[in-house]
Write a protein of this length. Structure first.
Length: 531
């Protein structure tokens, strides 16, 4: 469940004179910029099931969040066939069925001919069990109610898939992803020498039962030899209707924790290796009594839907609900709960209230507009509640802010940096500041979000003083939105980067006991002539 927090702004009693660094523009001749701050009202809002069929990567496994509890990630995927009326000569034999799905990894070094890799998205190191079932639910590309719209699959759709699942086609026990390079070797039958023929990035590789898959895809004689291909494989449409994909389901392997890894499904495949009689001497070796290998490949580029099942700690679920109830109070909530996926987010109201048709502009905002100051920087700092959050690598490194009313990024977001990945928009969306920024095992202290251009746009009348939202983000360079299923009428979309995020944190809210840890809108300004 996701919660939103709103911030109420009240002008602080004192204006301070603050010397600033070279990053600020418009510094007055004396080199001093004045500072004023506003309180913030904040509360949590739960997020229901989220759309998952547009993700760029798909998590699989169990994530043990030290604060919120366990979340389990499964998925169903449709296979695509590139074959068109495939033909196989009689006497052919199926010798291997191999599944391969790459992990997201990066090369970090070399040892001789070998490449050393690190996995980009592996969380946890305890084993899990994976069962892969034949899927019997047809994943359509278009909405059955409106064929002009794409189909939408949500994170809670697993019960429908599970209810009519087929038999298990592959089981992997005690699975822990490996970061080792995959080395493919070939043995020369004449010399018995081994030769490396291919090196691959780290990936999930598993061999699948030959008998099960032979019966599914091929026609065989009484001796078990392949005599042809099933007519359902004539083209991709008939193939997908016949074989509707694979359902990957994970379970704990006897521990309360597990591991979670993101899979590069779009580059995954299943290879069928078939030994075909070389009656036409295809390899030109003058031997027609031997067999040669031929591959049938089915890739995972069809429709995909991910599933997320949360098992939140009861005390956390109750606390999130209490924060949600603080929406109607003047002070807001004591804590802000941020959790990716179908979890929680926080809503902010600058200057204590958003401007709506029924609610006029906040007096503090009116005063700010009237003052005609030059705004050098506007920012909000969100402090981690270190009493409730476990310090270390499980703390999310980034949070994202956006307009809660129209689901758009703020003007401070630099779209030219959206290809920078984890380094995108660091000034606008400051990363988690830790006790020791060189050591990610130390406790997180705060996030600083800079919204200078957004505030200037409000003052100039270019944009409304809408409610804002903050969310944890797996990757702030992902700028698309996904749908949220039913529930809150104000919450129809959320950023994809939080829908796919597994992480969570708790921040001090606008009603925190320690007033110095409450989020505040800090405005650094210079007075213009006439003020």
């Amino acid at each position: 469940m996701i919660f939103i927090m709103a911030i109420t702004g009240l002008v602080s009693c004192d204006n301070e004179l603050t010397p600033l660094g070279e990053d600020f523009l418009g510094v007055d001749p004396d080199g001093v910029i004045q500072e004023i701050s506003y309180d913030v009202k904040a509360y949590s809002v739960s997020v229901g099931p989220v759309q998952t069929n547009t993700f760029d990567s798909y998590p699989l496994g169990i994530y043990a969040d030290p604060v919120y509890g366990n979340s389990t990630y499964d998925f169903v995927v449709q296979l695509n066939s590139q074959l068109n009326n495939p033909q196989i000569p009689e006497g052919s034999t199926l010798t291997e069925v191999r599944l391969e799905i790459p992990y997201f990894s990066r090369a970090v070094g070399r040892e001789g001919e070998a490449t050393i890799y690190e996995l980009d998205s592996l969380y946890g190191n305890q084993p899990i069990d994976i069962n892969v079932y034949r899927n019997n639910y047809f994943l359509t590309s278009l909405d059955a109610q409106d064929l002009s719209q794409r189909a939408v699959y949500y994170s809670d759709f697993e019960s429908e898939i599970n209810a009519i699942r087929g038999d298990v086609v592959l089981s992997i026990d005690n699975f822990i992803p490996s970061e080792d390079e995959i080395v493919v070797e070939e043995i020369d039958p004449t010399t018995n020498e081994t030769t490396v023929v291919e090196r691959k990035t780290p990936r999930l590789i598993a061999n699948i039962s030959l008998e099960t898959w032979k019966d599914l895809f091929f026609i065989t004689d009484v001796d078990g030899d392949i005599t042809g291909v099933r007519p359902e494989l004539a083209n991709n449409n008939s193939f997908q209707d016949y074989f509707r994909g694979l359902y990957f389901n994970v379970e704990s392997a006897g521990t309360s924790n597990g591991n979670l890894v993101h899979l590069d499904l779009r580059n995954g495949f299943i290879d069928f290796v078939i030994a075909i009689p070389d009656v036409n001497d295809v390899d030109n070796d003058q031997d027609t009594s031997e067999t040669i290998d031929s591959n049938f490949r089915f890739n995972f580029s069809g429709n995909i839907a991910g599933f997320i099942q949360n098992d939140f700690d009861a005390s956390i679920a109750n606390a999130i609900q209490e924060s949600n109830n603080a929406q109607s109070t003047d002070e807001g909530a004591e804590n802000l709960y941020l959790k990716g996926g179908p979890g929680s987010l926080a809503v902010l109201e600058l200057f204590g209230q958003a401007t709506t048709d029924t609610q006029p502009e906040a007096p503090e905002l009116s005063d700010l507009i009237e003052n005609n100051w030059l705004i050098n920087e506007a920012s909000i700092e969100f402090y981690v509640n270190q009493d409730l959050v476990n310090a270390g690598t499980t703390e999310p490194n980034r949070i994202l802010i956006y307009n809660y009313e129209n689901n758009r990024l703020l003007a401070d977001y630099d779209l030219s940096q959206n290809r920078a990945g984890l380094a995108s928009n660091l000034r606008h969306l400051g990363p988690l500041q830790r006790i020791d920024d060189e050591d990610d095992t130390t406790a997180g202290v705060k996030y600083k979000i800079t919204i200078t251009q957004h505030l200037n746009n409000i003052i100039r009348g270019f944009t409304d003083n809408d409610r804002l939202a903050i969310v944890v983000s797996q990757d702030v360079s992902l700028i698309g939105n996904v749908e949220v299923k039913q529930g809150n009428p104000d919450l129809e979309l959320i950023p994809e980067s939080t829908a796919i995020s597994h992480e969570g944190t708790i921040l001090h809210g606008s009603n925190a006991t320690d007033m110095t840890l409450r989020p505040r809108l800090k405005v650094f300004y210079s007075e213009t002539q006439g003020n």
